[in-house]
Design a protein around this ligand. Structure first.
Ligand SMILES: Nc1ncnc2c1ncn2[C@@H]1O[C@H](COP(=O)(O)OP(=O)(O)OP(=O)(O)O)[C@@H](O)[C@H]1O
Length: 220
């Protein structure tokens, strides 16, 4: 699914280039429930964003389902992300004035498919346990419920790949556990590949692959 080869990435801090990823090579097989773990600042999110074509490496290559991301023009990358990748973030990123169903439909507003996918969106919300919260706005939902809306939103496009950046970072541990159980169940049912950044080792027991990163290098 994802092939990362000898990737380097640095950021400018003032006038100094700080090396964040140093020769990272890794492979995420199709269908894997996988994690990127490591200390704060080790480069986990940077690697995840490169995998999702949200950023570009300084050198090295990233291929998604065999397709090299480097030569793709920005519009093609947008299209790839919109079609094939679901993103889940720590802070849920829901729109405050929309209810749960409409938030799940947001990615389909620009394509004009929102109306035809409405019942599917409601079904997904039921599958993540929010059948009785369909018309609730984010402010009327708990953090765990909001993240479940975000999961349903990511799943509605039936993406080949889901990338999640600290999806339980703002949740208590019992709720975090529930979120991972939902992600695992949906990954099995939909045969999606999931890569999750976390610094919480409790959640990685039930995984197919753990990429451990330290100082910008994969160490295990
Ligand atoms: N856009 C950016 N501009 C400058 N520096 C950045 C940028 N993004 C990340 N960095 C720096 O790169 C390093 C790695 O960041 P990254 O977010 O990948 O780490 P992380 O392992 O995900 O950390 P955390 O667990 O704390 O979220 C950090 O020192 C961070 O400050």
């Amino acid at each position: 699914m994802i092939d990362v080869e000898n990737v380097n990435k640095s950021y400018l801090r003032g006038k100094t280039a700080v090396s964040v990823l140093r020769g990272v090579t890794c492979h995420v097989p199709t269908g894997a429930f996988s994690f990127i773990v490591g200390p704060s600042g080790s480069g986990k999110s940077t690697l995840l964003y490169l995998m999702g074509a949200l950023d570009t490496p300084d050198s090295g290559s990233i291929r998604l389902r065999g397709e090299d991301l480097a030569p793709l023009e920005p519009a093609k990358k947008d299209e790839l992300r919109r079609r094939s990748i679901g993103f889940i973030f720590q802070s849920f990123n829901l729109l405050p004035n929309l209810d749960a169903v409409d938030n799940v439909l947001v990615p389909f507003l620009p394509t004009g498919e929102a109306a035809s996918r409405r019942s599917e969106a409601a079904d997904l919300l039921r599958q993540v346990g929010l059948g009785n919260r369909l018309d609730h706005r984010p402010s009327e939902l708990s953090g765990g419920e909001q993240q479940r809306v975000a999961i349903a939103r990511a799943l509605l496009k039936r993406p080949a790949l889901i990338l999640a950046d600290e999806p339980t970072g703002e949740l208590d541990s019992a709720t975090g556990q529930e979120i991972f159980e939902i992600l695992r169940r949906m990954q099995r049912e939909m045969q999606t590949t999931i890569v999750t950044v976390t610094h919480d080792h409790r959640y990685i027991q039930d995984s197919d692959l753990v990429l451990r990163i330290q100082d910008g290098r994969i160490v295990a």
